[in-house]
Design a protein around this ligand. Structure first.
Ligand SMILES: [Zn+2]
Length: 595
């Protein structure tokens, strides 16, 4: 799609205004602050950002609230039989401390089925089937499938502790949280608080333990100290209002807290957000819609508590006005060269692809979101998109981690300013500025609807096959196809009006309002099980999470109470999908009649 000349000059002006020296100045500040949640250094970072924004004349609210945080303390891991030795270890956020004197336990190996696989840490989550049917009662589980998913399943199997073997072999130990609860716990989700101590070991040490287990029983002693409790945290949000649709805004966010100094996770993003505020503050005329910039606290030691708090506190505001969420995490890492746009919903795919192509001539490699990275706004139906640049799989710095472009220094004391490539960080900032210019500056939101229907069709088709006749999803599939047809017509009309030069404001408003109504109907169903007003667990769930247990149907005996419960749950979730597709199709037809 061609850009109107005024939009082209707006985004070019934004890109030209970015100053690498400003980015560098902020990085030097973050390089000296260990920003764990609820600490003095985090508070100082918040004050620094708020002061910078005020200096540039940008409105900045600093929110202060109570949430539930967890900071790992010292830990000790000893093998006491068949030989005695001590291994380097780290405790885990949200796992409890051991009782005084520690815990002595028998060790047992649980294969995760993902050993030896590369990619990101998220692909190494423990699976329910790895733990089911094993007698783990009172034992310490040794697994490469630890972290929130594995810990949850180990706890369900009555294990007494978990030792998380890092899947890739690097010198450093990585910090991590093991809670599956998204944000501050509720009275209900608190039942999922971690009750067993969890510690981590390097890959080589885990292998050594595994070899010992092959020879016979192994006993270990664990000592762990972890602080967990309610604490007050703060975070800043900057707002720059739009000129034509002042109640609508793009939300751009990145976490402000870190492990250690965390310069590339997430000091670089914090610097980018300040620079975006600075360059947009003097070019507000180009913003038809506004922009909000959030530096979330509570990400690393609060399991996305800051963005979840913001979602809960400003629910209606976001539901009515938020036209998109762009999460920024770990830009500007040295060596990063391959795009992996992994939190991008279907409606934003073409926007992300053409922007990455326009600026770098590289493929965007778009992937759909999974529940991580401050994706707290799915209940409101907010469209999400992201641009991440990664190290290639064969890069010497590459490891199995969850951020820092895939580099080994993630969540370790080595994540310092020497890991930043300022040219890459400047280029990343240009991409984010361009995306902001397009989402906030184009008369009609640059989103396509038919690809959302395409996601429904693909997922429902997979589930229909997996059900092996035990649940019929054909009504939903028919409705998704009907939606795709009318959505394609709507996308064609939108493109024609957008390309017409100077589209009438009334048409733009009709289309933008209609587009937002449709995402509000479809996205909560496509991405959540908990629905509009709650948050799903911070574990790996597929799209259409409410129907994921369709896959359990063929193995769940007819006539058992488990089957009765499962059938009941799935009937309700199928109703939810059927009805959302019907409503969306009616809405899209009505919209088509108006433009
Ligand atoms: Zn991060």
């Amino acid at each position: 799609m061609a850009l109107a000349p005024q939009l082209e000059s707006f985004e070019q002006a934004l890109r030209d205004a970015i100053l690498p020296s400003e980015l560098q100045r902020h990085l030097e500040v973050f390089n000296s602050l260990q920003r764990l949640d609820g600490t003095e250094d985090e508070r100082r970072s918040v004050e620094y950002i708020a002061e910078e924004l005020r200096r540039h004349g940008v409105r900045c609210d600093v929110f202060e609230y109570e949430t539930f945080v967890s900071r790992p303390g010292p830990g000790r891991l000893q093998v006491i039989a068949p030989e005695q030795l001590e291994l380097p270890t780290r405790t885990r956020a949200f796992a409890p401390s051991t009782p005084p004197g520690g815990l002595e336990l028998e060790l047992v190996w649980v294969s995760s089925g993902n050993e030896g696989k590369g990619g990101m840490i998220f692909a190494h989550a423990g699976r329910e089937e790895d733990f089911k049917g094993r007698d783990l009662r009172g034992k310490a589980v040794l697994t490469t499938g630890g972290r929130p998913d594995g810990v949850m399943y180990a706890q369900q199997a009555a294990a007494a502790a978990l030792i998380d073997v890092w899947p890739s072999d690097e010198e450093v130990l990585h910090e991590m949280t093991v809670s599956s609860i998204w944000g501050t716990p509720t009275s209900d989700s608190a039942s999922r608080l971690v009750r067993i101590p969890v510690m981590t070991v390097r890959h080589r040490d885990g292998q050594r333990l595994q070899q010992m287990l092959e020879q016979g029983p192994v006993r270990i002693k664990l000592e762990a100290e972890v602080f967990t409790g309610p604490e007050r945290i703060t975070h800043p949000v900057a707002s720059i209002p739009g000129t034509t649709e002042p109640e609508r805004f793009l939300l751009v966010g990145g976490h402000i807290d870190s492990w250690y100094e965390g310069v590339t996770d997430n000091g670089t993003a914090n610097a980018v957000l300040i620079e975006l505020a600075r360059i947009l503050a003097t070019r507000r005329d180009g913003l038809r819609r506004g922009i909000r910039l959030g530096w979330w606290s509570g990400h690393s030691q609060g399991r996305y508590a800051g963005s979840a708090w913001y979602a809960d506190t400003f629910w209606e505001d976001l539901h009515r006005g938020c036209v998109g969420y762009l999460n920024i995490d770990g830009p500007g890492c040295r060596g990063a060269s391959v795009f992996d746009c992994r939190y991008t919903m279907a409606e934003c795919q073409s926007l992300v692809e053409r922007t990455v192509d326009d600026l770098t001539n590289l493929p965007a490699n778009v992937r759909r979101p999974f529940k991580a990275a401050d994706q707290s706004f799915w209940g409101q139906g907010v469209s999400s998109f992201s641009v991440y640049r990664m190290l290639p799989e064969d890069h010497p710095d590459r490891a199995v981690v969850g951020g820092c472009s895939g580099a080994w220094w993630w969540h370790s004391p080595a994540d310092l300013i020497d890991k930043v490539d300022l040219d890459l960080l400047t280029s990343d900032t240009q991409i984010y500025a361009t995306l902001a210019a397009r989402v906030c500056g184009e008369p009609i939101l640059p989103y396509e609807l038919a690809p959302i229907a395409g996601d429904f069709i693909a997922k429902l088709g997979e589930l229909q096959e997996a059900a092996k006749g035990a649940l019929d999803l054909s009504l939903a599939i028919d409705r998704a196809r009907a939606l795709e047809r009318v959505a394609s017509d709507l996308d064609a009309v939108r493109a024609r009006i957008a390309d017409s030069g100077d589209p009438p404001q009334a048409d733009c408003e009709t289309l933008n309002a209609g587009l937002l109504r449709l995402t509000r109907i479809l996205n909560p169903v496509l991405y959540t099980e908990a629905g509009e007003f709650d948050h799903d667990p911070a574990i790996q769930l597929p799209m259409l999470p409410g129907l994921r247990r369709v896959r359990n149907l063929p193995d769940c005996g007819v006539g058992t109470k488990e089957r009765l419960f499962l059938d009941t749950a799935l009937k309700r979730q199928r109703n939810r999908v059927d009805y959302a597709l019907l409503r969306a199709t009616e809405e899209a037809r009505a919209l088509l009649g108006q433009v």
